[in-house]
Design a binder for this molecule. Sequence first.
Ligand SMILES: C[S@@+](CC[C@H](N)C(=O)[O-])C[C@H]1O[C@@H](n2cnc3c(N)ncnc32)[C@H](O)[C@@H]1O
Length: 229
Amino acid sequence: MINLGPRLLCAASFVRCRTKIADIGTDHAYLPAYLVEKGIADSVLACDIGIMPLKNAENTVKAHSLSDKITLRISDGLKEVSPDEADEIIICGMGGTLMSEILEAAPWIKREKMHLILQPMTHSEDVRRFLLSNGFAVTDERFVEDAGKVYCCISADFDGAVREIDEGFCQFGYLPPGDEINARYVNKQLRRVDVKLEALKNREESKAEYERLLSIRKYYEKGTGNEGS
Ligand SMILES: C[S@@+](CC[C@H](N)C(=O)[O-])C[C@H]1O[C@@H](n2cnc3c(N)ncnc32)[C@H](O)[C@@H]1O
């Protein structure tokens, strides 16, 4: 039986039973193997852009006798996945910018009942910005610690609604009065804003960006009650 670390376990907890699942950037295919071994999924399409990662995936599939349940495929993002093969798409362990580019390149995902599970390693704000701009509602978001680092994992459903881009929300997600792990994530995201604010201070040519960053800080201050911090 495959054992997952907290990061992938968190992603697995968002999976809905008996959906058509595509795991993009699967590498060792640990998540697909876990899902079928646990009976959460009947089958999974496991894709990766690289030959070596797919070789890793093949080793996992063989070692766990899952060849009839996990289909392995070379694919750059969703390019080799057809719309009838996935109504739940998982992308974990990549940067948020690449993740949003992969999703942007597959307009067919913008359809009713499409569920996305996204676990960006960096730049989670790009993922939320993609979701808001493309008719997806962030329906759940959790924070986990794995190997000493804190990550977010986002669950999003397509509803087609046009949403205003709130840069504060993109940076932090919802700002619930979270636990220590959640607070570490928020602080990490806040630090990135503060470093940029400091660098752009008094630079006339960067005024628009400075104002945008200030609006993110205000979202944080309002959401956490840390006004003037
Ligand atoms: C760090 S691993 C993550 C593996 C696993 N999803 C996880 O979260 O532990 C990132 C994987 O994404 C793959 N990858 C990078 N760009 C990709 C793309 N455009 N399309 C598909 N896979 C990609 C890499 O080859 C690599 O195997």
